[in-house]
Design a protein around this ligand. Structure first.
Ligand code: KG4
Ligand code: ZN
Length: 337
């Protein structure tokens, strides 16, 4: 007898992407994302505008995900949503929508941890890491080193004590007057520049923790000093500045990765989160992994930045463990892993 398909609809609304995906028996069959361009006008995500944009986009995005998967709502077996961390209002839109739909359809609800979902993006496509492995999880809000024991058990080994590395990329880009989010633009210009042209002081934190607020301030003073001497300093040195600051940020990450690999004794490293889309970092880690004989796993760029396929992947494993939420489950803007 043929087994019934298990179809889970997953919704992601933690920040400025409204996304929905459907997973059928562990395989992603649709993945839709609507980015909110409104924030570019303000140089960063405006929480209230994010919530309103989620409200406008959530129904068309979910309908598109169902249409792409060729499924009706009645064929869904569970609804998953991002519980946190993220922006309170933004999370609430996804959670309320998911709860209403699950209640209406009489099917279970699954609450997913956004950072666990980023890590499980490594299981969307082949090849996939085997447990245990170390994951460097780097986004606009987080910079973490996590020991991943299995699909649902993860241990935080170290994290940033102030700004996240994605935040540092974006704030540094803003100092150069780049539009938001500036991380991808720094990455783009860095390809054409000399990474050794400029030096920036870095802060070393004890153990496996990070700090990125100092380098952002050092960068601000560096730009001010040079612009006083030459008002065209940024425009004339754009590629070299981007390559040098990106190189410094990457080295700060790599130093802690090496320490964490040595401390845990694991031989497998994975990357996750929006900053994992950075081409310079992907290249540097590939070279380091080859030198150290580590197995390295990096999700496709579309699965590094916020998306609902990763939420669907996490929901799949929670469904198998029968880990269900209920209508009283609250969103949690600063939930830890
Ligand atoms: O994971 P994500 O999409 O959203 C959060 O959960 O925060 O990460 C967004 C962050 C932003 O800071 C963005 O600038 C950064 O990821 N980012 C990049 C690149 N692509 C996205 N940073 C550097 N290089 C990139 N190519
Ligand atoms: Zn994220």
């Amino acid at each position: 007898m043929q087994q019934k398909n298990i179809n889970i609809l997953a919704i992601e609304s933690s920040c400025d992407e409204t996304a929905a995906a459907i997973i059928c028996n562990g395989k992603i069959i649709s993945n839709v994302i609507a980015s909110q361009s409104i924030h570019q006008l303000y140089g960063g995500v405006v929480p209230e505008l994010a919530s309103r944009a989620h409200q406008q986009k959530i129904i068309p995005v979910v309908n598109q995900a169902l249409a792409d998967a060729n499924l009706s709502k009645a064929e869904l077996d569970a609804i998953a949503f991002t519980q946190g961390p993220g922006l309170l209002g933004a999370l609430l839109v996804g959670a309320c929508f998911a709860k209403a739909l699950a209640l209406g359809l009489g099917i279970p609800l699954i609450a997913v941890h956004h950072m666990q979902a980023h890590i499980l993006a490594n299981f969307i496509e082949e090849p996939q890491p085997s447990f245990p492995f170390l994951c460097l999880t780097i986004s606009g809000g987080h910079t973490q080193l996590i020991l991943v024991n299995n699909y649902t058990s993860m241990q935080l080994l170290g994290e940033t004590q102030d700004d996240a590395v994605g935040e540092a990329f974006d704030k540094i880009a803003k100092i150069m007057d780049f539009s938001y989010p500036g991380g991808p633009l720094i990455d783009h210009y860095a390809q054409y520049g000399n990474p050794k042209k400029f030096d920036f002081p870095t802060t070393t934190m004890p153990g496996l923790d990070f700090s990125f607020s100092g380098i952002k301030t050092a960068f601000l003073y560096f730009v001010r000093k040079n612009m006083q001497k030459n008002p065209k300093f940024i425009i004339e040195n754009q590629a070299d500045i981007c390559a040098s600051i990106q190189h410094t940020l990457i080295q700060m990450l790599l130093t802690k990765v090496k320490a964490a690999m040595a401390q845990t004794g694991v031989n497998t490293l994975a990357l996750a989160g929006g900053v994992a889309a950075n081409q310079g970092l992907r290249k540097a880690l590939t070279q380091l992994a080859e030198k150290e004989s580590w197995q390295l796993f990096i999700p496709a760029v579309a699965y590094c930045t916020d998306n609902a396929a990763m939420v669907a992947m996490a929901a799949h494993y929670q469904y198998l463990n029968q880990e269900f939420a209920n209508l009283k489950t609250n969103v949690s803007p600063s939930i830890s892993i």
